[in-house]
Design a protein around this ligand. Structure first.
Ligand SMILES: [Zn+2]
Length: 285
C-alpha cells in the first residue's frame, strides 16, 4: 500500500459562495475562521508523522491575509495556486484567465516566499477541450492538479498535449456499475463510510494512480464558521435563502465531525505522502 497524499483547497467558502450567488463581488474574508481551520489541519498533519501537505490557496487569501499564507509556508507546507477568486475558468476568455492567474501568483509568491509551482482550478473547471487555457497555464506554473480521471494513462495522454506542464490527476470513478463517478475527496469522503473511500483508493491504485485526497478547510470544522447566515442570504429572497441554508448544512455540518477519524483510518500505518511539488516523479503523468 503506498502512502496517501493529501491536498487542501484553501479557500474562504463564505466569501466564494456569496460571490457565486451574486451577493457581492468581494468583501472582507473570514480570516479568523481560516486561521482556526489551518490550525486544525496543521495539528492533524503534525499528529500523522509531522507530515507536510500542499495548500492550493486562492489569491485573495494571500492578498488579504498574507501573514496566514506566510505561516503555511513557514510550517513547511507547499503553497500552490487555487486561482485569484474562486471562479469558473472555463467561462472566461484566455486573456482574462491569464490576467487573474498572474494576479493570484503575484500575491501568493509575495506572501509565501515560495516559487508557487502548482495550480488547481476552482471546482476543477478549466477548459480541457481546447488547449488555450492549459497552454497559458504552462507558461506560469510547473504542474496542474485539475484533471479528474479514472486512469493514469488518460492523464498521461492529456499531459502529452502540454509540454512543460505536469499533470497530477485526481481519481474519479464509479464503485458500482451504472452509478455516477465519485471523486477522492471533498463531500464524498465525509459523507460515505470509510470502506467505500477505501474501495475508491484501491481502484485508483489498480488504475496506476497514487492515491491523493483533496479536502477544504470547512470540512475540518464542525462549527459552521464558513456558512452564510439567513441575513446574508436574505437578498436572494426567502425561498432561495432557505434552499441555500439547507445546502450549506450538508457542507458545513453533515459528517464533518467524523472526517478526521475517517481520514486517520485511511492514512493508516503507511502514513502521508507529503507535498505534491516534492513528489512529482511519483504523482505526475
Ligand atoms: Zn475550491
Amino acid at each position: 500500500m503506498s502512502k496517501l497524499f493529501l491536498s487542501i483547497d484553501f479557500e474562504d467558502f463564505s466569501h466564494d459562495l456569496g460571490r457565486d450567488l451574486g451577493l457581492w463581488i468581494t468583501r472582507p474574508l473570514r480570516v479568523k475562521a481560516l486561521t482556526r481551520a489551518y490550525e486544525v489541519i496543521n495539528t492533524f498533519l503534525t499528529a500523522h508523522g509531522n507530515a507536510r501537505a500542499t495548500f492550493f490557496c486562492t489569491g485573495i487569501i494571500a492578498e488579504h491575509a498574507p501573514e496566514l499564507v506566510a505561516r503555511i509556508a513557514q510550517d513547511g507546507h507547499e503553497v500552490a495556486c487555487h486561482y485569484h477568486f474562486h471562479d469558473c475558468i472555463d467561462l472566461e476568455s484566455t486573456s482574462l484567465f491569464e490576467h487573474n492567474l498572474q494576479t493570484a501568483l503575484g500575491h501568493l509568491r509575495a506572501a509565501s516566499g515560495q516559487p508557487v509551482q502548482g495550480f488547481r482550478a476552482p471546482k476543477f473547471r478549466i477548459n480541457q477541450q481546447s488547449p488555450e487555457q492549459y497552454q497559458t497555464l504552462a507558461k506560469h506554473v510547473s504542474y496542474d492538479s485539475s484533471f479528474l480521471t479514472g486512469t493514469q494513462q488518460s492523464a498521461k495522454a492529456f499531459a502529452q498535449r502540454f509540454r512543460g506542464l505536469k499533470i497530477v490527476p485526481i481519481y474519479s470513478g464509479a464503485v458500482l456499475p451504472k452509478t455516477p463517478a465519485l471523486r477522492l475527496g471533498g463531500t464524498y469522503l465525509k459523507l460515505f463510510p470509510t470502506a467505500l473511500t477505501q474501495r475508491l483508493i484501491t481502484q485508483a491504485q489498480g488504475a496506476g494512480m497514487v492515491p491523493h485526497i483533496y479536502l477544504h478547510p470547512y470540512e475540518f470544522m464542525s462549527d459552521a464558521s464558513f456558512a452564510l447566515s439567513r441575513e446574508e442570504l436574505a437578498p436572494l429572497g426567502a425561498a432561495k435563502a432557505t434552499y441555500w441554508l439547507a445546502r450549506q448544512h450538508q457542507w458545513h455540518n453533515v459528517g464533518n465531525a467524523t472526517l478526521a477519524g475517517k481520514l486517520s483510518r485511511l492514512i493508516g500505518a503507511q502514513g502521508l505522502g507529503g507535498r505534491l511539488d516534492e513528489n512529482l516523479s511519483k504523482l505526475a503523468a
